[in-house]
Ligand binder design. Structure first.
Ligand code: NAD
Ligand code: TYD
Length: 365
């Protein structure tokens, strides 16, 4: 078995697939890889382009590196034949797996697609990698997961890497299942795998169905700001580029067969966060904060709503030297500014009108 960990030296790959690279975190990760990581190889963005995926998120990367070091491949991770062809075509030696159905509320209404993509899709990728890579030790399968697999915390305590899994939503249970399947490939087949479990992300290109972008988008349209239940559920927020640097640290330096928690160490009650968002949006607009705060509307709670998430991320800090670089005030300002400057993006992802751009650049796939 390989221990493909080279002390302080970093693992190097030539051809990396990022699944789900057209989504929120995937597109930020690919931009990070090209602009900040120093990586010199090729990146293949393998994405099915569901409602949440949009290669336009990477139009700058397409312009700079398209056809040279950046390749977009439209495919479903559940389609083993397609994945095999893409892996062979690009001589892939690493997979960073983000493709997933990712929204808890959608998983409550339509769980099937979550089981299909998140569980069966992960299995399909692992099988393709196992068949092609065989016993190679100079390869890596990195699985991007969530802190939601650990369940729900009370007022105190944290999620550690060895916290027992206790998922409660169809989304988190599908991610938990995929985590177990990934680890089974390490134990059973000695596939070189790593995993990261991250807290809630926020930042540019965040689909306006999750809390932060939905609130910003509704404020811009002067629509009600729906806060679930008593608004006292707690989430730990991390700026998306810090998640990208965390993933890259694990991919290049993490111990094979191990998982790393990544988090913001930045807990907020939803209602407090929504109030701060109203204040931040007001700083950049002609309306004052009280105008936006009056839009806050308490609505029926989400079924099975996890009360509190909080990550302990000492392991990645101590072992790999990662740390957060963007504080919350700064991150929220950057995010609000980005959404204000990209109102057309919000409109387009809501209406799906990027299809024109996709067919112009990639044909009718
Ligand atoms: P997202 O919904 O914004 O993007 C998901 C991407 O996956 C989209 O581009 C979509 O087209 C693609 N996709 C979906 N089904 C596919 C399939 N069958 N085949 C190929 N591509 C498919 O999600 P995100 O918020 O960027 O999350 C990315 C990953 O990070 C997920 O695995 C998620 O569980 C994990 N994660 C997210 C957060 C968060 O706060 N958003 C936190 C921790 C972990
Ligand atoms: P979300 O962004 O959906 O992420 P997750 O459920 O994966 O943590 O939700 C973050 C928190 O915000 C969660 O406690 C649910 C709550 N929430 C609302 O109060 N109103 C909303 O409209 C949404 C989308 C979420």
């Amino acid at each position: 078995m390989s221990n493909f960990t080279l002390g302080d030296q970093m693992r190097k790959f030539k051809s990396v697939i990022v699944t789900g690279g057209a989504g929120f975190i995937g597109s930020n990760l690919i931009r990070y890889i090209f602009e900040k990581s120093g990586f010199e190889g090729n990146v293949i963005n393998l994405d099915k382009l569901t409602y949440a995926g949009n290669p336009y998120n990477l139009s700058d990367i397409e312009t700079a590196f398209g056809g040279k070091r950046y390749f977009f491949e439209k495919a479903d991770i559940c389609d083993m034949n397609a994945v095999k062809v893409i892996m062979e075509k690009h001589s892939v030696d690493a997979i960073i797996h983000l493709a997933a159905e990712s929204h808890v509320d959608r998983s409550i209404h339509s769980p099937e697609e979550f089981i299909r993509t998140n569980v069966m899709g992960t299995f399909s990728l692992l099988e393709c990698a196992r068949n092609l890579w065989k016993d190679r030790t100079d390869v890596l399968f990195h699985h991007v997961s969530t802190d939601e697999v650990y369940g729900s915390l009370g007022d105190t305590g944290y999620f550690y890497e060895d916290t027992p899994y206790d998922p409660r939503s169809p989304y988190s249970s599908s991610k938990a299942s995929s985590d177990h399947v990934v680890m089974s490939y390490f134990h059973t087949y000695h596939m070189p795998v790593t995993m990261s479990n991250c807290s809630n992300n926020y930042g540019p290109y965040h689909f306006p169905e999750k809390l932060i972008p939905l609130m910003i988008s509704n404020m811009l349209e002067e629509k009600p700001l729906p806060v679930y239940g008593d608004g006292k559920n707690v989430r730990d927020w991390l700026y998306v580029e810090d998640h990208a640097s965390g993933i890259w640290s694990v991919v290049t330096k993490g111990k094979i067969g191990e998982k790393y928690n990544i988090g913001g160490e930045n807990e907020w009650e939803n209602i407090k966060l929504v109030n701060v968002l109203c204040e931040t949006v007001a700083e950049f607009s002609s309306k004052d904060k009280d105008y936006y705060k009056k839009l806050i509307t308490y609505v029926k709670d989400r079924p099975g709503h996890d009360r509190r998430y909080a990550i302990n991320c000492d392991k990645i800090k101590k072992e790999l030297g990662w740390k957060q670089s963007v504080n919350f005030e700064e991150g929220l300002k950057k995010t609000v500014k980005w959404f204000l400057e990209n109102k057309a993006w919000i409109e387009n992802v809501k209406s799906g009108s990027y299809k024109d751009w996709v067919s112009k650049n990639y044909g009718n796939r």
